[in-house]
Write a new protein. Structure first.
Length: 77
């Protein structure tokens, strides 16, 4: 994906999909992730890992919740 504006252009889209479309996080949880991005370097990777871990936990498929969440976070890295 090519974006203009860097990570801050992608994060609202990620937030909308994670909260409204997939229901992986609640709005307050997503805001916590975005606050985390504001306080640390590498905001896109950090927030994506923050979103992917509960997503894997909530939708583990054939894996255990912890296994799916950990695998998702590792793949995001």
């Amino acid at each position: 994906m090519v974006t203009f504006g860097g990570a801050y252009a992608v994060l609202p889209y990620v937030g909308q999909q994670a909260v409204e479309h997939y229901g992986w996080l609640t709005t307050p949880q997503m805001l916590d992730g975005l606050r985390l991005a504001e306080t640390t370097p590498g905001p896109l990777i950090l927030v994506l890992q923050y979103v992917v871990f509960p997503a894997g936990w909530a939708s583990p498929g054939a894996l255990s919740p912890l296994g799916a969440a950990t695998l998702g976070a590792a793949m995001t890295t």
